[in-house]
Design a protein around this ligand. Sequence first.
Ligand code: GTB
Length: 216
Amino acid sequence: MRPTLTVFESSPDRGRGLARDMRVRWALEETAVPYDVRLVSFDAMKQAAHLARNPFGQIPAYEEGDLVLFESGAIVLHIAQHHPGLLPEDADARARAIVWMFAALNTVETPIVEREAATYAERGKAWQAEHLAMLDARVRVRLQALARHLGDSAWLDGAFSAADVLMVLVLRRLEGSGLLEDFPTLQAYIARGQARPAYRRAFEAQRAAFEATRGG
Ligand code: GTB
């Protein structure tokens, strides 16, 4: 059953692959699953038809026959559980990969998103610089631990997995922040992910969608 992925009609990241549909696109490319795309406008995202797909009125949403899923991490896990290539066969190794999927979304992404929100929501506020310094420090603690864990390894736990799909894209959210520059291990890790052919295909697909909708 060919799945349909619902994504921004016009992504605010302007085709930089930072919106959360990129995780799902990358997972589908890694597992060689062809898919269709539905584009939704910001208005349509809050209408009943899309709320039936995602109760929070957000992207991504994923449909496969009668199955309708939201939450990018859960969608990536679903794809990884049903197609070979993104989770190890060995039960313990599979459990560890799933641990790292949660770590990417709960332990690493959370302070990164909090920091990102403060950069625009608190713009112009007297306390922003002090608050950002505190949030930067929290992100650095996570980056230090992650870099220590990775060490000389290519991927988070043995072979490339769905956890790496999530972690590489979570880390990409720090682009432009200046925080990654102190962590060459993590910069090399991100570059390894971006060099994968499946990543390139996913990136080009989301960029083409953005270019098409802006008339370019
Ligand atoms: N936990 C959910 C998941 O993982 O699926 C979060 C989904 C989510 O935040 N979706 C965002 C959304 O739909 C898009 S990805 N926002 C619209 C709304 O809430 O009304 C977040 C995102 C948006 C833009 C950029 N950017 O411009 O760089 C990066 C990331």
